[in-house]
Design a protein around this ligand. Structure first.
Ligand SMILES: [Zn+2]
Length: 249
């Protein structure tokens, strides 16, 4: 009989409190994504509120999990804080961290072991917490997360007719269009260079060549279109519009 208690160390990507007072968490660990529940009854009895507060968004926690025989969600028996990034509470950093965590939660599935995904998400959150330009960290790292999960936007051909080296925005799919297919002016050379190279370039190289802030709203819009069509809906996008971090579409 396999052991029903396991230990996992990971980053809290999602946290939700149910009407019954249970806390549902989703963590990314080097062994893959793990979903677990802190039952409110257990909180009153054994797992106290300090344990529950350790399971805050973006915290790196060590959990002791109990898997019930009938295969329900694993129950959190113990939670130990292994690392926190307090600067992520700053509104701008929080927005980018939230987007990155939400995207990672959507991209990586339970049971898919990937220490690479774990390291990338951990690196993204550390960068967003400490770098003077958290927006650029978020732009680079969200592209890298997509690439790691196999969602690589095709940018060498026009999304509509297949013509080579498109240079115009694709407002519907977040890809690129040729001059004949697009009614919009071409993108700046620096934007095209980023879109064409970010997936294969190292994080370090992309971080060393940030785009000026005025070029970034277009990158966010393309990313939003691409992610919405290819991956799924994220709730973090409207926060970008609301906080004025990017121009309205
Ligand atoms: Zn075309």
């Amino acid at each position: 009989m396999p052991p029903r208690t396991t230990n996992r160390s990971g980053i809290v990507l999602r946290r939700r409190v149910t009407p019954a007072g249970d806390i549902m968490v989703s963590l990314l660990t080097p062994q893959g994504k793990v979903r677990a529940i802190v039952r409110s009854g257990l909180r009153r009895n054994g797992l106290n509120s300090a344990h529950a507060s350790r399971l805050s968004l973006f915290h790196h926690v060590g959990l002791q999990l109990y898997q019930t025989p009938n295969g329900d969600l694993a129950t959190v028996q113990q939670a130990v804080l292994e690392g926190a990034l307090p600067t992520l509470a700053q509104p701008e950093r929080h927005t980018y961290a939230h987007l990155s965590a939400e995207l990672a939660e959507l991209l990586f599935q339970e049971g898919e072991q990937s220490s690479e995904a774990f390291e990338l998400v951990a690196g993204a959150l550390r960068g967003i917490a400490h770098h003077p330009d958290p927006e650029w960290v978020a732009l680079v790292m969200t592209h890298k997360l997509l690439g790691l999960a196999g969602f690589v936007p095709r940018v060498s051909q026009c999304a509509r007719c297949g013509a080579a080296d498109p240079a115009h925005p694709d407002p519907h799919g977040g890809l690129l269009l040729c001059r004949a297919c697009s009614g919009l002016p071409p993108l700046p050379a620096a934007t095209l260079d980023f879109r064409r190279s970010v997936m294969r370039r190292s994080v370090r190289a992309s971080m060393e060549t940030p785009l000026p802030p005025e070029f970034r709203p277009e990158l966010w819009r393309s990313l939003e279109r691409f992610v919405t069509l290819q991956v799924g809906q994220l709730r973090s996008w409207p926060q970008f519009q609301g906080s004025g971090l990017r121009a309205p579409a």
